[in-house]
Design a protein. Structure first.
Length: 217
């Protein structure tokens, strides 16, 4: 595992460096420039607030191909009944704040630090990060956010205050952008996204898709 220099924005090559369970570096900072550079390499930060910043590029990688999304009959009924309404980039700050405050199964706290949250808000202001909001009776009840890198969307975190809200928002996003988005990077496995069609692919394959996407931008 490589220690990063705070004064130099660089990372070990994830194609040739494979750390323990995908952990390839630590340290550095959470500047907008470093985060944006990291994601273009297929690397993302994930750590406990107050501890050393950890940088990951896991193998295999959990992704979803938009054309392969699975929509259950019950979810299709919910979408057809217009139980929820959706928007994009209308309330980025509220979405990321809710993601930070959401208590998740098996976790005692949040991995989303204030510093990391502030950097993603800046990325949003630069037009690089986007949010998807889910509304019910004009109240924000779910959503998620991530980075858009060309034709690849790197999903970061989601939340739901009512049943099926985040799932409905994700399906709506995929169906709306399925002709513009080649791949959705889900990073690490969750049963929630697996039920929607996400799957594991070798890191080498993911990085190849990412690099080809970067060259087209």
């Amino acid at each position: 595992m490589v220690r990063l220099d705070e004064n130099e924005i660089s990372f070990p090559d994830p194609e040739v460096y494979d750390g323990h369970d995908g952990l390839i570096a630590y340290g550095g900072d959470l500047s907008v420039e470093r985060i944006w550079f990291a994601y273009q390499l297929g690397i993302f930060p994930w750590y406990n607030p107050g501890e050393e910043i950890l940088w990951w590029s896991p193998d295999p990688r959990f992704v979803l191909v938009p054309a392969e999304i699975k929509i259950s009959k019950s979810m299709r009924k919910i979408l057809n009944r217009s139980v929820f309404t959706f928007s994009e980039n209308k309330s980025f700050r509220e979405v990321i704040k809710n993601c930070q405050q959401t208590i998740r199964k098996g976790q005692s706290g949040t991995w989303l630090s204030d510093e990391l949250m502030d950097s993603f808000i800046q990325l949003h202001e630069y037009g690089l990060a986007k949010s998807i909001e889910v509304w019910q009776d004009e109240k924000l009840v779910g959503g998620f956010y991530g980075l858009q890198i060309g034709n690849i969307f790197c999903g970061e975190s989601m939340f739901a205050k009512v049943s099926n809200a985040s799932k409905a928002g994700f399906i709506h996003f995929v169906e709306t952008h399925k002709h513009q988005i080649e791949l959705i990077d889900c990073q690490s496995h969750t049963e929630h996204l697996e039920s929607l069609g996400a799957k594991m692919i070798p890191k080498k394959e993911f990085l190849k898709i990412l690099h080809e996407n970067n060259e087209r931008r």
